[in-house]
Design a protein around this ligand. Structure first.
Ligand SMILES: NC(=O)c1ccc[n+]([C@@H]2O[C@H](COP(=O)([O-])OP(=O)(O)OC[C@H]3O[C@@H](n4cnc5c(N)ncnc54)[C@H](O)[C@@H]3O)[C@@H](O)[C@H]2O)c1
Length: 488
């Protein structure tokens, strides 16, 4: 059982208020009220057991911060999600969810109504109140060299240093290169030498589209600590999951940071492996789906991440593989497997466009190509590094006109892709098209009406880059059918 926070925590909290001077009585009353609220809310066996809810500040309210914040509030913690993007916070405060993630709207509104979840652009107050501060800001690829851009993380660390009040656990949830925790700690100590913090690494493994389930039922929770005071606090944060027997893996901080990159590097490599096998299947007349099943049933390999397709995209794999390559090079320990994975995946996306060009007879100039699915995967509106971007640009370079439909991604797609006719649905996109291409496997595309498509298209050409149909399901309507790593 995780150790409940002891009376020392209360003494620290009171002491912190005394040090601040002024309004001691008010603060003491406030503290008492908070404790009473906790006692009233929780169904606990002992008075100490009621101390399990915590005050959490979540810095960054994007795909990870918002989901994590809402889930932690749902566990019973009091969470403030903070973001610099005033429009995002305004939307959240007005009950609108700025991203598409299944189940998130209900989870957010339930916890807002229960008074456990709030949103603000101002970091100082929630951080001062917090027992735990999470950093969940972006770490995109740095322009020019592919290293992770840590400016948002470092900026957040400086702001935390100025606001922190009493012993606080600062947790990096963003994906950050090895050694970032050391730097976050250095920045905080340099900015505010009196700050009493334990800096922890707690990488996030959720997948967009299934983020809530992933957060609440994780395969594991990885926590990297250097200061033992953080261990019981992190146990308390994840106590509901711990009771569900989610494995909690405590490691050194640098190890935890590397686990995240090693996991993403391995998964990217696995996808790339099956994509290369798919290419070989096409040459030798084999079926990649059967190969994937044949190897995936081997427990040492496992069947997940063996779906051949147009190459991985998204907000994580491309930037994280690149950052891992850069870190490894910096430490004179190059990761050639990952370097090759990055190179193969980069070229694969445009190769998919060439597949489409072949399907329409070798030239797309003046032809209309209908694209179904723009986001990097289904059930998200995220367009970051989506394969559709490279494929559409390559087709446009060849002179094609693009009509496209995506159930959730059009708003973000408009900022990435110009000269595209965004359509109302699959059939609208298919109007007068010389080929229809499935790029993202949304459920809405899994049972298309082929008679209707054929009637509206200029030519019955179907390219399925996600293998969601069996060839005969499509060819029997008179379509030509191309897919990945299979005949026909
Ligand atoms: N998206 C995923 O599926 C996923 C999964 C696991 C891990 N991660 C990692 O989590 C981190 C966040 O990713 P994301 O997809 O949520 O990014 P995001 O771009 O959706 O959100 C980041 C948010 O942080 C805000 N921000 C930046 N600096 C800030 C500051 N100083 N104060 C307050 N807000 C600030 C931005 O305005 C933005 O809204 C990244 O490191 C990413 O690699 C992402």
């Amino acid at each position: 059982m995780p150790r409940p926070p002891s009376h020392c925590r209360i003494r620290t909290a009171i002491g912190r208020r005394c040090r601040k001077g002024g309004a001691i009585v008010q603060n003491f009353l406030d503290l008492s009220r908070r404790l009473a609220q906790k006692l009233a809310k929780l169904n606990v066996e002992t008075p100490w057991g009621s101390f399990t809810t915590m005050h959490i500040a979540m810095i960054g309210s994007g795909y990870v911060g918002l989901v994590s914040g809402a889930c932690l509030a749902d566990f019973g913690h009091t969470v403030t999600c903070i973001d610099k993007d005033a429009a995002k916070i305004e939307a959240l405060n007005n009950g609108r969810i700025p991203i598409f993630e299944p189940g998130l709207e209900t989870l957010v509104s339930t916890n807002v109504k229960a008074g456990r979840l709030t949103f603000t652009t101002e970091l100082a107050e929630p951080v001062a109140k917090a027992d735990v501060v999470f950093i969940a800001v972006g770490t995109p690829s740095r322009r020019g060299d592919g290293h992770a851009d840590l400016s948002y993380v470092h900026g957040a660390a400086r702001e935390i240093a100025n606001a922190v009040n009493g012993f606080t656990v600062v947790v990096t949830k963003s994906t950050v290169p090895v050694g970032t925790g050391d730097e976050v700690e250095r920045i905080i100590r340099e900015t505010n030498p009196a700050a009493d913090v334990a800096v922890v690494s707690n990488p996030e493994f959720l997948r967009e589209g299934a983020a809530i389930n992933d957060f609440k039922r994780p395969d594991r929770i990885v926590v990297g600590i250097e200061d033992e005071r953080a261990r019981p606090v992190m146990n308390e944060v994840y106590r509901p999951l711990y009771l569900n027997q989610a494995p909690m893996l405590f490691t050194e901080r640098r190890t935890s940071e590397l686990i995240k990159y090693a996991a993403n590097g391995f998964l990217a490599m696995k996808i790339t492996f099956i994509n290369e096998i798919a290419d070989l299947c096409e040459k030798v007349g084999a079926n990649v789906q059967d190969v994937a099943r044949g190897i995936g049933l081997d427990n040492r390999i496992g069947g997940k991440f063996l779906h051949a397709g147009p190459g991985y995209g998204g907000s994580c794999f491309p930037k994280d593989t690149l950052a891992l390559v850069k870190t490894a090079q910096d430490y004179d320990s190059p990761m050639q497997l990952i370097e090759t994975t990055v190179r193969i995946n980069d070229t694969r996306k445009r190769a998919m466009a060439r597949k489409v060009v072949r399907a329409v007879g070798g030239d797309v100039r003046g032809k209309t190509i209908a694209i179904l699915g723009l986001t990097f995967k289904p059930n998200t509106d995220d367009m970051r590094e989506a394969p559709s971007i490279s494929i559409i640009r390559a087709l446009q370079d060849g002179g094609a006109k693009i009509r496209a439909f995506d159930p959730e991604g059009v708003e973000q797609a408009r900022t990435e892709l110009t000269d595209v006719a965004y359509c109302a649905d699959a059939y609208d996109a298919a109007k007068n098209a010389d080929a229809l291409v499935i790029v993202t496997e949304w459920d809405a595309f899994r049972a298309l009406d082929f008679e209707r498509l054929k009637a509206t298209m200029a030519a019955p050409v179907f390219v399925d880059l996600r293998n969601i149909y069996r060839p005969e399901e499509v060819t029997r309507y008179g379509f030509s059918y191309d897919s990945i790593g299979r005949r026909g």
